[in-house]
Design a protein around this ligand. Sequence first.
Ligand code: SAM
Length: 273
Amino acid sequence: MKSIKTFKKHFPVKKYGQNFLINKEIIKNIVKKINPNIEQTLVEIGPGLAALTEPISQLLKELIVIEIDCNLLYFLKKQPFYSKLIVFCQDALNFNYTNLFYKKNKLIRIFGNLPYNISTSLIIFLFQHIRVIQDMNFMLQKEVAARLIALPGNKYYGRLSIISQYYCDIKILLNVAPEDFWPIPRVHSIFVNLTPHHNSPYFVYDINILSLITNKAFQNRRKILRHSLKNLFSETTLLNLDINPRLRAENISVFQYCQLANYLYKKNYTKKN
Ligand code: SAM
């Protein structure tokens, strides 16, 4: 395992959210939680200085890594485990995960200590590839993790909670302190697992309609639905769907948002046909 001196040789690039994991116990725990199996296809986002790459590649025949900072490749190339890596020096937000699935013919497992500035957009982007993903294990800023798991009525409940819970079962795995990273970030972190539902409790005909409705509803989370959704649903429709028009966006469950999305889908579908 690398010493702190190794870390300090690389000047961390702030715009890439480079806060490297340095606590060996936490790294060990993360590897245990990910529990890689030699038969699986694993993809790491942002290997950085290989805190997770090294121990995980040792458990696999090969490990796919996506790193935006090509300067880090000089470091990776010198490591004994480099021959096990398939390196993509590119933005993880442009990577085609579905193509990788077709190449490997196996569902993919994605993990990483994510740069905080892209974590939310990356998770939403990955939902577009959900059909080829076995699971995702990510280190996130504590507040982002809180938004993923928040239930109606919670102050963190919002669009990210709804879309994430629509697609995945989400579990908090570890709490990680700022001192476990170098440089020390200003935020606390949480390591989470997102596993696509095997038997989903939710269904929508069109995910874009769900997105449209939650967007409108949460534009002003304190507005009651009768007002925020007035251009999409009449008060009578809300009542017919058993949804109290006086409730606010933050009080509506994922299931109820799905009901609203499907109502709209069917209404437009009936109109067109
Ligand atoms: N995995 C290392 C660790 O745990 O110490 C580094 C984690 S560091 C928080 C985030 C890593 O993601 C950095 O190596 C950074 O260069 C990389 N990164 C940042 N933005 C990225 C992007 N859009 N696509 C791929 N990698 C990115």
